[in-house]
Write a protein that binds this ligand. Structure first.
Ligand code: GTP
Ligand code: MG
Length: 367
């Protein structure tokens, strides 16, 4: 899973990146075109408990790759020009599974806002519009191609082109009306037809309002206000104070806990942001546990036992016999797989079983 951190200049993207990855990338770069990439293990207490039971050789967490992109440079016609990002950055952005959109809500005279005033609603809309325009330009280019070249080829190719054109025309209407592709309600088939474009406004987005360290108390009201005007599909809005969170990340666990209590922060933003990203992407984790390895595997919610098997290895899906399944809660309460079996809590599930978050699964398969 890869999440791109996007936002206007000096919104706090790199500070958020440092918080999430416990990194030390330079902040306050003012438009420097550095790209930061960091891999974060998804914190999961369940793995620690399972490791106590199974004493495995290794523990493998699910991971998330965060890419911190510089703000798009101002383009010649006065826009922030997403299209003018270096090709490598644009590719990173397009191949991401979701966006983390950092919006500046902190006021700090030592960090002048490029627009001269702090206005999160305006900034949010501004970058959203930029992404809408980037998608629209791709749609237009492709439609032009199809208009000139789309009538050639075999009947099957022409039919595929017609289908693609119909979907693109629909998207064009949406984008021209200023609506992101997330809101277009594409059917699974339609989405598949245009998947290759990796449209920016199709990606699920988590908007993070970066509030000032002295404004934490007012943050929930700010979030509500912005969320009220942001009724988009596959979108969530939350807040954090990037500066505080980055400082928290530099403390040892004990000091961090004290500091968090003083500030009235219940959980670190790292855990919250990752949890929200999971929800946003519709992911759940199933677990595997044995003497070699205890591991968490992210899969789309709604996946079946055979999908889970395929995530581990294609051979397991091909030769799937059944999935020996116990819930994490039962396993931990009963203390071992053997005890879970005795208590009748170890279930034999078939191919179509819908995997639940926290299922501890062993796949039985034939070679
Ligand atoms: N007071 C305050 N300052 C912040 C906060 N978050 C970021 N900053 C400061 O704002 C400046 C810009 O932060 P960055 O994280 O570099 O912002 P960015 O969005 O990555 O900036 P560019 O990559 O240059 O577009 C730095 O000096 C940060 O220390 C915050 O929550 N409060
Ligand atoms: Mg930056």
């Amino acid at each position: 899973m890869q999440i791109a951190i996007v936002g206007l200049a000096a919104s706090g993207k790199t500070t958020v990146f440092n918080t999430l990855t416990r990194g030390h990338a330079e902040t306050g770069g003012y438009g420097a075109l550095t790209l930061n990439v960091g891999v974060v293990k998804v914190p999961d207490d369940r793995l620690d408990r399972l490791a106590e039971i199974f004493k495995p050789k290794k523990v493998v967490h699910a991971d998330v790759t965060y890419v911190d992109l510089p703000a798009p440079p101002p383009s010649t016609d006065g826009h922030v020009g997403t299209e003018e990002l270096p090709a490598e950055h644009l590719a990173r952005l397009r191949e991401s599974d979701a966006l983390l959109h950092v919006v500046r809500a902190f006021d700090d005279p030592s960090v002048p806002h490029p627009e001269g005033s702090v206005d999160p609603g305006r900034d949010l809309e501004r970058l959203d519009l930029e992404f809408i325009l980037a998608d629209l330009s791709m749609v237009d280019k492709r439609l032009e191609r199809l208009a000139t070249g789309g009538r050639h080829g075999t009947p099957a190719e022409r039919e595929a082109n017609d289908r693609e054109e119909a979907v693109l025309r629909r998207l064009k209407v949406e984008l021209e009306a200023g609506r992101p592709i997330r809101d277009a309600g594409l059917s699974e088939d339609e989405a598949k037809t245009v998947r290759g474009f990796r449209f920016l406004t199709e990606k699920p987005v988590l908007v993070l309002l970066n509030v000032g360290e002295s404004d934490l108390a007012g943050a929930p009201a700010l979030v509500d206000g912005i969320a009220g005007a942001y009724a988009h599909a596959h979108s969530m809005i939350d807040h954090l104070s990037a500066k505080i969170e980055m400082e928290l990340g530099e403390l040892d666990a004990g000091d961090a806990a004290t500091f968090m209590e003083e500030l009235g922060i219940a959980e670190s933003s790292l855990e919250r942001v990752i949890r929200l990203s999971y929800t946003l992407l519709g992911l759940v984790s199933f677990l595997t546990a044995g003497p070699d390895e205890v591991r968490a595997w992210p899969i789309p919610d709604g996946s079946t036992a055979v999908d889970a098997a395929g995530t581990i290895h294609t051979d397991l899906a091909k030769g799937f016999i059944r999935a020996e399944t116990v819930s994490y809660a039962d396993l931990v309460t009963l203390g071992s797989t053997a005890e879970a079996r005795k208590a009748g809590r170890l279930r034999s599930e078939g191919k179509t079983y819908r995997v639940a978050d926290g299922d501890v699964i062993e796949i039985l398969f034939s070679r």
